[in-house]
Design a protein around this ligand. Sequence first.
Ligand code: GAR
Length: 190
Amino acid sequence: MNTKNIVIFASGSGSNAENIAKYFKNSTCVKIKAIFCNKTDAYVLQRAKNMNIDSFLFNKEDFYNSEKVLNKLREIKPDLIVLAGFLWLIPKNIINEFTNRIINIHPALLPKYGGKGMYGDNVHKAVFENKESKTGITIHFVNEKYDDGDIIFQAETLIDDKDTPESIAEKVHKLEYKFYTKIIEKLLNL
Ligand code: GAR
């Protein structure tokens, strides 16, 4: 079987990126080829280094006004591009070339709590303040808008009176770590 190549995009801590990389570490079918990152001080870069995974750092100009990132992707030829806490919109040139091969994980039950500014802890704070009785994760295809592409998978977790934004975040992270790898495998037909 041909090895399937994955590129991960991340902007922050990178705990999902690390979870995915560890999951496929000894796989003969899947290789994490690189972690693409748009922030020089993102902790995900350290994680990439620790795991011996190449990282590729780019800025706004590279991403939106050049073909630098697209060309790097053309070189790697990923079967799947996995966004894991990546906070910039993906430009048209990349979406067009990798249609239905870019996925994102969002830490809420879309279409609720999506859109610009709704990321990471902002989402959990909003869910907490609105006294929601449940939250969860959404894995979806990526298009040119925030959190808007077709939904592939959702999983829920209940919120009770004792929960705080921090404990909600923890519950959601658990779901992310449990399911993102499984959905990746499914999309790669493994
Ligand atoms: C994750 O919870 C992910 O779902 C979220 O950012 C966090 C990144 O954590 N993504 C978004 O909010 C995208 N809109 P990590 O860097 O530790 O993986």
